[in-house]
Structures are given as C-alpha cells and as structure tokens.
Ligand binder design. Structure first.
Ligand SMILES: Nc1nc2c(ncn2[C@@H]2O[C@H](COP(=O)(O)OP(=O)(O)OP(=O)(O)O)[C@@H](O)[C@H]2O)c(=O)[nH]1
Length: 277
C-alpha cells in the first residue's frame, strides 16, 4: 500500500527544492523556507485563500512540520525515512527530509520538517506554525508535561491558522515503554477529539504505527485537496472556530487539575481513523 522511496530523501545539508541554495546550519532553516513559501500567512493575520490550505506546494512537496517538546521522538520518527548509511554519517542537526510515499497507488512527496527546537530559540515557533501544509504534534506517553505542551501547541496552531483547515495529527510516541506510561490512550484520544485533530500512538523504536502515521497524513492532505463541498467546509470551519477555543481551554484546565484516577469521558468519534476527515 505505502512505500517510502529512498531517492527523494533529504538531508539538512542538501539543497532544498525551491531555491534554498547556500543553506548553512548557522542560518535559520525555517526562515529560508518561509521566504519562498507561497503559503506563509500574512503577519497581520489576514486570511489566506481556501486553496492555500493544502495547495501551493513547494515544487510539489507538502511541508509537514513536526512539533513537540524536546526528547519526545520527533527526530526518531522522521529518521525512519533515513537510510542506514545516512544515520551513520548523521550531522548534528538534520531537520529537513524529503520522502515520497506511495499511498493507494498514488505518489505524494512530503518535506518533513523537524525544526521547532531551532526556531524556538529565535521566534518561539511562530514561523513554524505559519508555514506547514500539515502538522504532526508529538508527545511522549511517558511524559505528561509533553502531553500538556502538545495541547498548548494545538491551541497556538489554531490561533495562528484559524481560517485554514489544515491536517493535524496528534501522536503519542514511545508506546514500547509500557511501564512508564503517564498518559493513557483514552486521554490522547480525548485530547484529539477536543482539539479537532487526528490521533495515533506510535513507537519510533519499534517502528510501530509509524508507516500508518505518515500514510494517514498523506490521506489527510489528499482529503482536503480533493475537498467535497467548499461551502460545507466553510460552515464546518466557522463552527469549529466558535467552539474550539473554549472547549480546548476547558480541556487544558481539566488536564492540569485532573485526578490521576479520573477518566476523561469524551466520545472518540473518528479521530483514530486517519483515512477520513
Ligand atoms: N523507547 C523509546 N525511545 C524513543 C522513542 N522515540 C524516541 N526515543 C528516544 O528518545 C530520545 C529522544 O528522541 P529524539 O528523536 O531525539 O527526540 P526529539 O523530539 O527529536 O528531541 P529534540 O531533537 O530534542 O527536539 C532518544 O534517545 C530516542 O532514542 C520510542 O518510540 N521509544
């Protein structure tokens, strides 16, 4: 069904497809990509056109930005697309990777961007939140504070891209560390429902559900690209806009004050099914 093809693999040291020549680690990779991006939202918050939700790609690449606390496994998830020899000669900061996935018989090229840590030092993730066609927000199931950070990131993203229906997948990584689990599957799912995004748990170390994650992301991108009824999509968006902030804030408050034995009762809807909107 889905196969990662090696030839389009990207290393941070190789040129980006759209005129990002002369890149060095001393420069800011996000700003370089942003500079040529047709997708970057105006800094005054003006509304980008609907067609920019998942179109306007850079040379046919969909920019998928990975966000999340340090150490949750972003590089490890992206690293699964690296070939073995690349890992051996890995530079310290390889944050951009191209890969082409064949999903349901169609190729889709992704530019995976694990760059938030670098960006945090300069503008607190702001440009990373503006430039992605799609987002993967990662937390570690063994680290509750990373789960809370993921929720905060979702709110920030919502604020920054409020008029856009961008694909977002919340990822609970490190499921192999069963005994150290601090965040239950139900909490992850509940968070995704409240925050109106998709959800999956992975183990980068065991490569469990990693392919499903990236396949799912490709499907989410295509579902928006092929969007059925733009009118309906607009209505859904405006409804979401009205209610999400309040729901999200309430959920975060409950997270912070929750008793560890309390079960968050939120119906799962279809947040675990990455092949539907
Ligand atoms: N057991 C286990 N360890 C993992 C998993 N994913 C990542 N790790 C480990 O967690 C540590 C941090 O992983 P990274 O991939 O560097 O995390 P990161 O989110 O990219 O961290 P920053 O680069 O600091 O933002 C490494 O020691 C990884 O080997 C996983 O699924 N299971």
């Amino acid at each position: 069904m889905c196969a990662a093809r090696a030839p389009l693999r990207r290393r941070a040291s190789t040129p980006l497809p759209c005129a990002h020549q002369n890149r060095s680690l001393a420069t800011n990779p996000i700003m370089e990509v942003c500079a040529s991006s047709q997708l970057v939202a105006e800094t005054d918050g003006s509304r980008p056109s609907d067609s920019q939700d998942v179109e306007g790609t850079c040379d046919g690449f969909f920019r998928v930005v990975l966000l999340g606390d340090p150490g949750v496994g972003k590089s490890s998830l992206v690293g699964i697309f690296r070939r073995e020899q690349d890992r051996e000669t890995a530079e310290q900061q390889q944050e951009l990777y191209q890969c082409t996935l064949t999903v349901d018989g169609e190729d889709t090229s992704l530019l995976l961007m694990d760059i938030c840590e670098i960006q945090k030092r300069t503008d607190g993730c702001d440009s990373a939140l503006r430039m992605g066609h799609a987002y993967i927000i990662v937390y570690s199931i063994t680290d509750r504070s990373s789960f809370e950070s993921a929720s905060e990131l979702r709110i920030q993203l919502r604020r920054t891209r409020q008029y856009e229906n961008i694909p977002i997948i919340l990822v609970g990584n490190k499921t192999d560390l069963v005994r150290s689990r601090e965040v239950s599957v139900e909490e992850g799912r509940a968070c995704a429902v409240v925050f109106d995004c998709k959800f999956i748990e992975t183990s980068a170390v065991l490569q469990h559900n990693v392919q499903e994650l990236f396949e799912g992301m490709v499907r989410q991108i295509r579902l928006r690209r092929d969007g059925a009824d733009p009118g309906e999509s607009c209505r859904i968006r405006s409804h979401r806009k009205e209610s999400l902030s309040k729901r999200a804030r309430r959920f975060l408050d409950r997270l912070v004050t929750r008793n560890s034995k309390t079960v968050l009762r939120v119906h799962s809807r279809s947040c675990h099914d990455l092949s539907v909107l």
